[in-house]
Design a protein around this ligand. Sequence first.
Ligand SMILES: Nc1ncnc2c1ncn2[C@@H]1O[C@H](COP(=O)(O)OP(=O)(O)O)[C@@H](O)[C@H]1O
Ligand SMILES: O=C(OP(=O)(O)O)[C@H](O)COP(=O)(O)O
Length: 396
Amino acid sequence: MSDFSTLDDADLAGKRVLVRVDLNVPMENGRVSDTTRIERVVPTIRHIADAGGKVILLAHFGRPKGGPDEINSLRRVAEAMIDHVGHHVSFVPHTIGEPAVAAVTAMKNGDVLLLENTRFHKGEEKNEDAFIDELAALGDIYVNDAFSAAHRAHASTEGLARRLPAYAGRSMQAELDALTRALEKPERPVAAIVGGAKVSTKLDLLGNLVKKVDILIIGGGMANTFLAAQGKDVGKSLCEHDLTDTARQILANAGKCEIVLPVDATVAKEFKAGAASRVVDVDNVAPDEMILDIGPKSIDAITAILQRAKTIVWNGPFGAFELKPFDTGTTRVAQAAAKLTESGSLVTVAGGGDTVSALNGAGVADHFTYLSTAGGAFLEWLEGKVLPGVEALRRR
Ligand SMILES: Nc1ncnc2c1ncn2[C@@H]1O[C@H](COP(=O)(O)OP(=O)(O)O)[C@@H](O)[C@H]1O
Ligand SMILES: O=C(OP(=O)(O)O)[C@H](O)COP(=O)(O)O
C-alpha cells in the first residue's frame, strides 16, 4: 500500500474528516438486514474519532431518481450504525448547504455525523465541480473507505480526492490487500459466478471477464437475459430484453472460456416469499411465470464444476434469495463451495452487498477464503480495470 497515504500518515486531531463509506446495505421491511458493510468501516471511524478527529460520513443509498425520497434516505442506516460504531452517530437529512454546515460546525472532536444520501444531488454522479466544492467546504481532509463504490467516478468517490488531502481508510486498504493476496496468481481453473439483479451495469463486464477466467457461470437475473438471447421465453422474469444483443456477442466471443447457463429453474407467478412454485426446464417457462431461482439440475451441474475448479470468484446470487424458498440455489452452491474450501481444494472469494448477505444467510460466510464488500467494483478490479476511486488516492 505504499502507493497510498493512509490514516497512519494523517494528522487527525481537531480535523473535519470527510469519510466516504459504502452504506448501500441490504434492507428488509425497513430494517438493515445485513450489517457487513457497516462493520467493515468501523475501524476507520473509531481510529479517526479516537485520534480526536470529527468524522463526517458520506455515502450513497440505492439509485434515487431526481432528488430526495424517503425510501433512499440514510436515516435508518444511521440508527443501525450506533450499535456497531460504539459512538453516537448523528444524522442530518442534508448532504450540503446551510443545515449540513451547521451540523458540522456543532461537532466536537470525536463526534460522528452521517450526512444524507449523496445521490440526492445530480452533481454526485456527474462528478460536478460545484458539488465537489460544496462537499469539500465541509471538511479539511478526505478518507475513502468505500472500495465497493470505487468503480464509480462520482464526486464523493473520486472528485473529493482531487480537492482535499486524501487518504485510504482501513477497509479500503484491507480489501486491496486481501484481493491481491487471494487472486494475484490464482490457481486454475478459475470459475467466475455472476448473478444478481444489476444486469445493465454488470453485463458489459462479462465481455472482459471471459478473457480472465476459465469458466463463467451465469445465474440470477443476469442468466435470464442470456436465456432470452438464446431465443427462450423467460415469461415475466427479470430480464433486460434490450441487452440481448450484448449477451449474444459475449456468448459468441467467449473463446476458450466455458460459459455455463442454468438448464432448469424454479418459477412462480408472484414475487413473494412462499409463492406457489414449480421446477421447469428453461425451455418451458410459461408467459405468466418468472424465474426466481436455478433448479436442481443446474445446482448439480454447478457443484460438479466446483469440484474441478481451483478458484472461484462470485458476485450475485442465483435467485431472489430474500424470498424463501428461492434462496435454495444460492445456499446449496454456497454450502458446496464452503465444504471444498474447508478441505483445502478450492479458494473462494465472493463479494457484493447482497451476495455477502446471502452467504451469511446460508451460514457459510466464515468458511469462504475471503468475502469482499464489493460486487461490481470487485469484478472490475478482477478485469484489471482502473478503479477511479482507487486511482484518485494514489500519491501524486
Ligand atoms: N431470478 C431473479 N429474479 C429477480 N431477482 C433476482 C433474481 N436472482 C437474483 N435476484 C436479486 O438480485 C439481487 C442482488 O443483485 P446484485 O445487487 O447484483 O448483487 P450484489 O449486491 O451482491 O452485487 C437480490 O436482491 C436478488 O433478489
Ligand atoms: O452496492 C454496490 O455495488 P454491488 O451491488 O455491485 O455490490 C455499491 O454500493 C455500488 O452501487 P451502484 O452499483 O448503485 O453504484
